[in-house]
Write a protein that binds this ligand. Sequence first.
Ligand code: SUG
Length: 430
Amino acid sequence: MREINFDGLIGPSHNYAGLSFGNLASMGNAGSIARPRAAALQGLDKMGRMLALGLDQGMLLPHPRPDVNWLRELGFAGDDVAVCRAAFAQEPAMLGAALSASAMWTANAATVSPASDTADGRCHLSVANLSSMLHRSIEPVQTLRQLQLAFADPRHFAVHAALPAALGDEGAANHMRMGAGHGARGVEIFVHGDALGLRGGAYPSRQHRAASAAIVRRHGLTDALLVQQSEAAIAAGAFHNDVVAVANEHVLFTHQHAFADPAQTYAAIRAAVPGAVIIEAPADRISLAEAVGSYLFNSQLVTMPDGHMTLVVPGEVRDTPTVWQWLGEQVASNGPIAQVEVVDVRESMRNGGGPACLRLRVAVSEAAHAAIDPRFLLDPAKLDRVATVVEAHWPEAIAPTDLGEADLWRQCMTARGALLSALGFAEGEL
Ligand code: SUG
């Protein structure tokens, strides 16, 4: 078994409209000028770094933006530009939602259970409904299309459509998997905010317990833990659990205040995963605010080809002295984290997601790997091709006033078309 990380390519419409309520970075940068081209190139650099580490890398594509099909469902009519113009004039918030590039956050695309954990021995993927945020609730239709194409072989994969919208489901961002290795049967850990989206604190909890329980049933998981996220974490802006914890194989790397009941959570993990190692950052060394601000836990904990683990962190971790100092101590302690890699994803992070938000993990056997549509898999040459398209077509800057401009809408559509054709997708295939 090997793990492939599918990163979301940051789309040409990437902008700071400040859309996610409760996501402090996105709210705080509302109204700034975004740099989609630079953001996408940073994302591609990260993918290249993973390839250079000897890891498998895939890519999911930006969704059509502005999403004129969705705007038409809302009653705006005419050709594409007329639809956008009417939306901008009558309901600018709807046009803003239809323009968001938030599909880049592929940790929210789906929940993935590898074949080793499921009753039927196939890898199951459930598209997330993202129903808590209007702009994100648009994504499941296109996500389903991409996953059905990428993972089309029913001998290896089962792709499920999103759950009913009343059950908030945010995908892999609230899901971890632990076990002896990527091939061994593991325990899947689902972290929910509350039972049915009843608001506890100032910000919405986006993952509902009932949604997690439904995924456990659908995927045929026998070893699953349902764990509650701490309210303090949500209040601090950790709207997804992957902002305060990350797991890989037998290792859990977590903030002290990630879970509502840490002692019980750790005990359940230790009972389920023999030899589990839990690395907990104490709040008196790293506050929740520093954890959320630096995105320390939104790093990728990956197993290298030689078996040791590397933590791929954003530059903000190095720029936060308390966090960098504590992390250095972990590496020096001869614990499971042998190495730290720093990546620069600042342009996208300003919309409230770090390295781990940009990727969806899919662990597969050799045979299942061979069954994946290769157009979604990357090598260095293809990365270069994509970078050339980005350099030629992605807008250099988007200011808030540009969102109402037909030129921007056209440029975003043309850019996506150029990408699809460079990757070998036929028109209308996605
Ligand atoms: O849903 N930001 C995303 C960030 C998601 C981060 N994902 C994980 N933690 N896994 C969100 O709040 C901002 C608006 C935009 O991107 O256009 C936004 O949607």
